[in-house]
Design a protein around this ligand. Structure first.
Ligand SMILES: Cc1cc2nc3c(=O)[nH]c(=O)nc-3n(C[C@H](O)[C@H](O)[C@H](O)COP(=O)(O)O)c2cc1C
Length: 393
């Protein structure tokens, strides 16, 4: 029988869907609700030493939307506002009420050995199942020399991983930033330093836009703004690339994150190397209840394809990733026009003309393809407003 059960480093998740460290995991009562609704686990909103100052801005979000769909989301939010004691009490309460649900403690501290180790020693006695070291928040914290300031430096990342591993009584995931030239290099550095797993990605450093009446960038914080962290559907291609790059260079378990808004996105992450996935923005926009469709969709896909569990599709896409040089380039695809769907707008003709090839023409009745001029690039199929063009050999 097909199951969604997923084991990572000996930690058993009921399903591979974990809430990412963020506002949906910032309060004990709301995590309680999420567990009741079916989430397999939660990475708690990043916990810091109590004396680390955390003054939030208003507004702290901006969104790129088309119609009702939010494609991209930017935030300049900082970390948890609960005290360490509040977390300890909350973790205990949640474990008693939901013994099968997994809690992972996301942590961050200044680059001081005692600060990291004290945090870990305190949390060692709690019911968390693992740690996630936040080396990747791209706003606010780097100004204090932490967050992404750590995760963009392989040496410091390795150093802190070692400090944590010296005292950690639970497995240690390191959460990496996509805002680096080569994320695999940082992954390999923390693996060498003893990390047990990788979480990727945190948000992509961004600027959502500028109000052209006031010239204030978004989000507007009383007339000023700052660079933020970009998340949601539009970062999925970046997250997938990062996870695949890490998988190509490391055999550590990976918690895949970034733009997962449906079961299909989650399955794609697993095929490029994720063991389980984390979700944030989709939940922030649509609520915890999205877990039902995530679970039923993935289960149905696995059943239909004859797989027993998510781990059966893990890494399946990795052998199909190659260097550009080694791509099989001898055979070409050509556009096939579906005349029933085509509205003769000739957009495909225009874009092909104006982007190099002039392989399409309109004879007054239908679009025709000049195979001698066509290079099979597929631009016409993407520009067609009616999806009337498919690429075939
Ligand atoms: C408002 C907001 C707050 C976040 N806070 C944290 C945080 O405290 N710690 C952390 O590791 N990641 C934090 N993240 C990053 C998310 O955990 C996640 O890595 C990122 O949003 C990409 O996933 P998504 O596209 O599903 O949102 C935050 C993201 C958002 C949108």
């Amino acid at each position: 029988m097909t199951t969604l059960q997923t084991s990572v480093l000996g930690i058993d998740f009921e399903n591979p869907f974990i809430l990412a460290s963020a506002p949906p995991t910032a309060r004990i009562d709301s995590i309680d609700k999420a567990f009741t609704l079916g989430w397999g686990g939660a990475v708690l909103k990043t916990i810091t030493p109590d004396n680390l100052e955390m003054i939030e801005a208003s507004q702290r979000y901006a969104a790129w939307r088309a119609g009702n769909k939010v494609y991209g989301f930017e935030n300049i939010e900082l970390l948890s506002h609960l005290t360490l004691q509040q977390w300890l009490d909350g973790i205990k309460f949640l474990k008693q009420k939901h013994p099968t649900k997994i809690q992972i403690a996301s942590i961050m501290a200044p680059v001081i050995k005692e600060e990291w180790q004290n945090l870990v020693k305190t949390l060692n006695n709690s019911e968390i199942s693992a740690y996630e070291l936040n080396f990747s928040c791209p706003h606010g914290m780097p100004e204090k020399g932490i967050g992404m300031a750590i995760g963009t430096n392989a040496e410091i990342s390795a150093q802190i991983t070692k400090w944590v591993k010296e005292v950690a009584a639970k497995p240690v995931f390191v959460k990496l930033s996509p805002n680096v030239t080569n994320i695999a290099e940082i992954a390999m550095a923390v693996e060498k330093a003893g990390a047990d797993g990788i979480s990727a990605i945190n948000t992509v450093q961004s600027m959502m836009g500028v109000d052209l009446n006031t010239f204030i960038p978004m989000p507007n914080v009383n007339g000023k703004s700052t660079f933020g962290g970009y998340s949601g559907s539009s970062v999925k291609p970046i997250g997938l690339r990062c996870v695949a790059q890490i998988r190509q260079n490391s055999s550590l378990p990976i918690l895949g994150i970034g733009g997962i808004s449906n079961w299909h996105d989650a399955a794609e992450y697993i095929t490029v190397g994720a063991d389980a996935v984390q979700v944030c923005t989709e939940v922030m926009i649509n609520g915890y209840a999205v877990i039902s469709a995530l679970k039923s969709g993935l289960l149905h896909y696995l059943e239909t394809k004859g797989f027993n569990s998510p781990s059966d599709i893990k890494n399946k896409a990795i052998p199909n990733l190659s260097s550009h040089e080694k791509l099989p380039k001898s055979e070409q695809f050509y556009p096939q026009i579906n005349d029933d769907l085509c509205i003769k707008c000739q957009k495909c003709v225009t874009v092909c003309d104006e982007s190099e090839h002039s392989a399409l023409s309109f004879d007054g009745k239908k679009i025709t393809v000049n195979k001698a001029a066509c290079v099979g690039c597929s631009l016409c199929s993407h520009a067609c407003p009616k999806q009337a063009i498919s690429m075939e050999k």
